[in-house]
Ligand binder design. Structure first.
Ligand SMILES: Cc1cc2nc3c(=O)[nH]c(=O)nc-3n(C[C@H](O)[C@H](O)[C@H](O)COP(=O)(O)OP(=O)(O)OC[C@H]3O[C@@H](n4cnc5c(N)ncnc54)[C@H](O)[C@@H]3O)c2cc1C
Length: 369
């Protein structure tokens, strides 16, 4: 038997739950699916949320742990720059995802956890691991960096950073995100984010250098412990993939089924910072609204969605893609020097400096390369 609905949302992280909420609010019959047994668990995140302009801050408030007032940047463990912009909040990510899912359910979306999407057929039929088949008018692919929906429409994320993170005791309270840049952290950076009396200490590297994750994290933890900043007990390890290739094409069709990609599945995470929560919430809401509008007969809804995404994220993602590529290219030669590292990180004016040609003009070229 095939179950029918208006909008099937695959993946119920921040993008998927935001999409399910918006589509249900827009009057659509929504089924949301996630292979996790519970929303947001296990957490694969450093849990920092930059100021989220234009997004309902309710879920952030409900998951709030502490404020972040500054960013400190280090090069090879030497302090190099203080910024008091880049403020934000540390959250309990599991509570955040749980709240978003609860809001979607309260709006009438039928969210199902513990079910894995096994296949999306060429006509858009969704097959789950329990044998259920679902046919929707619109599929929202919000299934993260290695999106099955994206793969089904030929839009996988082209580049991935791999991460490893340890949560450890924080011995000195802090209100800054500490960023560690080094030529040895290839194609990424390390972070120490304070969460009350806990620190999320992690790093991301280009997947070609994945074998460096463990030794680099151990060496950073050792150094931080020697400074008296963190304790040696590790409460938990986590990790996961971050898409760093920039946006993929966010709209497609499988037979008569419209497909919209959102969040990490759409490659909207910032390739330099790895921050993806705000983009996931924004794009998820927009995808949900577009899905409901499409179901209600708006033939332009998909195109409008793609255009709005580009307006909102295109320029900043194009810059991040460019800066990351410049840095990664250096690893193939002698490796980056300190100035190269500065140019590749958002805290420094060199990151924001204009290149010879205008970013806007180069955007399509950069994103397609
Ligand atoms: C270690 C790490 C630290 C990070 N730190 C930060 C940070 O501090 N701040 C920040 O803004 N961003 C951070 N990010 C990025 C951020 O976590 C993501 O950008 C964000 O989670 C994207 O949301 P999403 O809803 O698009 O995808 P996800 O949160 O990945 O959700 C996708 C969902 O799809 C489900 N799914 C996948 N495949 C299937 C399937 N076949 N069937 C059913 N369900 C499926 C998954 O179970 C998952 O729940 C970090 C990422 C990592 C890996």
């Amino acid at each position: 038997m095939i179950e029918a609905c208006d909008v099937a949302v695959i993946g119920l992280g921040p993008a998927g739950s935001s999409a399910a909420l918006a589509a249900a609010k827009g009057g659509a019959r929504v089924i949301g699916l996630d292979r996790k047994k519970k929303a947001g668990v296990p957490v694969q995140c450093a849990e920092f949320v930059p100021m989220m302009l234009g997004v309902d801050s309710g879920p952030v408030d409900s998951a709030f742990v502490q404020t972040i007032m500054a960013m400190e940047s280090f090069i090879d463990n030497r302090h190099d720059r203080h910024n008091d912009d880049f403020r934000g909040r540390m959250i309990d990510r599991a509570a955040f995802d749980r709240e978003l899912a609860a809001r979607a359910t309260a709006s009438g979306a039928d969210l199902r956890f513990g079910v894995q999407v096994e296949e999306i057929a060429a006509d858009g039929t969704i097959r789950l691991n329990d044998g259920t088949q679902i046919k929707a008018k619109v599929i929202v692919g919000a299934d993260g960096p290695r999106s099955r929906v994206g793969a089904a429409v030929g839009q996988g994320n082209s580049a991935i950073v791999e991460t490893r993170q340890a949560s450890v005791p924080l011995l000195r309270p802090s209100e800054s995100t500490d960023i560690y840049l080094s030529a040895s952290i290839a194609g990424g950076y390390a972070w120490v984010f304070p969460k009350g009396d806990v620190a999320n200490v992690g790093l991301g590297v280009d997947r070609r250098w994945k074998n460096r994750l463990k030794p680099e994290l151990e060496s950073l933890l050792d150094w931080l412990a020697e400074q008296g900043q963190v304790g040696r007990e590790v409460f938990r390890y986590t990790g996961g993939a971050i898409p760093v290739g920039g946006p993929v094409k966010s709209t497609a069709a499988l037979g008569e089924v419209l497909v919209l990609l959102a969040g990490d599945a759409a490659g909207l995470t910032n390739p330099v910072t790895g921050a993806g929560i705000p983009a996931a919430c924004h794009s998820g809401r927009m995808a949900g609204e577009a899905a409901a509008a499409h179901v209600a007969g708006d033939g332009d809804a998909a195109e409008d969605y793609a255009e709005e995404l580009d307006e909102l994220f295109g320029a900043s993602l194009a810059r991040a893609v460019m800066r990351r590529r410049q840095l990664v290219d250096l690893y193939r030669a002698d490796g980056p020097n300190d100035d190269n590292l500065r140019q590749g990180w958002i805290a420094y004016p060199a990151y924001w400096a204009r290149e010879n040609s205008d970013d806007g003009e180069r955007r399509d070229e950069l994103l397609e390369a």
